[in-house]
Design a protein around this ligand. Structure first.
Ligand code: BDR
Length: 317
């Protein structure tokens, strides 16, 4: 089985992605490491446990990681995910934080990778703070990873948080910079524009959520707020999220789960802008090779949409 570590900031699309990983038959989720991001860390922890409960998988260890960015000011994405990060639906039966594993997420990440050298695929759908701290603590980590999949960054300076910046990179630009400098394992990036271009029709989302299962009912409930907001004309026009159902974290997850999903990618060296009035946190692509970087990443371009839809459908069965 493929061994995955999920590094998340559980908002609604992280929830989709976690469900996808849990449902994949050939995947073993070693652990879930949590980071600040869509919502404050405490909410991320609660939300992750709620998703695991809905999936009947509270046996998977959940670890608390960094609660703030390395240098940047904390920011969250409550407008998109709801204040609590999961659509603000009260859940009286939510598991308590005593269910968390006591180990710190960064240390747990290093331990899991060390114990499975060459076997672990790390899927990061949050700001990259935990990954940046992990490599500072243990520089050998990237060499021991099988692959790294990231949802974040952008290719055409089309932001969703600042004019040019995508949320996960803007929320911790220094961490994104460190990760793109130091993680020399095969790295795949699902950028914001890529997710927008590969968005699905809303009719698919309806079919996905209409499945007669507890998982689908849970997902429909927590996604109601975001879905309504994203379908407004203002959002569609101003945030340029594409005309459809764009569950961005799932693209990185799906590509990590199924090696045949990604049908087109571009190999290029990248970095992150750390200054700039408008451009801080923006991913920069070095097509001219001026950065003289040996390591290139794979920028995801196209996926097999039918396989992607199937993985989504299966995730709520
Ligand atoms: C990314 O930011 C978050 O709001 C989403 O969960 C996704 O990881 C999209 O920019």
């Amino acid at each position: 089985k493929k061994k995955l570590i999920l590094d998340v900031d559980t908002g609604v699309d992280d929830a989709h992605a976690i469900m996808m990983a849990l449902a994949a038959p050939d995947v073993e989720v070693l652990g879930i490491t949590c980071c600040h991001g869509n919502t404050p860390l405490d909410n991320v922890l609660k939300n992750t446990l709620r998703v695991l409960q809905a999936a009947g998988r509270l046996d998977i260890p959940v670890y608390a990681g960094c609660e703030k960015p390395l240098l940047a000011r904390k920011q969250h994405a409550g407008d998109y995910h709801g204040k609590d990060g999961l659509g603000d639906v009260p859940d009286p039966n939510a598991p308590g934080l005593e269910m968390l594993h006591k180990k710190n997420a960064v240390k747990a990440m290093i331990k899991m990778i060390n114990e499975n050298p060459g076997e672990v695929t790390l899927v990061a759908t949050a700001p990259l703070t935990n990954l940046a701290v992990a490599v500072q603590l243990n520089p050998k980590i990237p060499k021991k990873l099988k692959a790294l999949y990231i949802m974040g960054g952008n290719t055409e300076s089309r932001g969703n948080t600042t004019t040019c910046g995508e949320f996960n990179f803007v929320a911790d630009p220094e961490a994104a910079y460190i990760v793109l400098e130091r993680y020399t394992c095969p790295t795949y990036i699902a950028t914001w524009e890529f997710s927008c271009r590969n968005s699905l029709p809303w009719s698919f989302c309806d079919t996905w959520l209409a499945q007669d299962t507890d998982k689908a009912r849970f997902m429909e409930e927590i996604y109601a707020y975001t879905r309504k907001m994203v379908q407004t004309e203002r959002y569609q026009k101003e945030l340029v999220s594409g005309p459809g159902f764009n569950t961005c974290d799932c693209y990185a997850m799906a590509a990590a789960i199924d090696d045949t999903l990604l049908t087109e990618s571009e190999e290029v060296a990248v970095t992150v802008e750390l200054d700039g009035t408008h451009t801080r946190g923006m991913m920069v692509l070095d097509y001219m090779g001026l950065l003289k970087k040996k390591h290139k990443v794979f920028i995801m371009k196209k996926v097999d949409q039918e396989k992607f839809k199937q993985l989504l459908m299966n995730s709520l069965k």
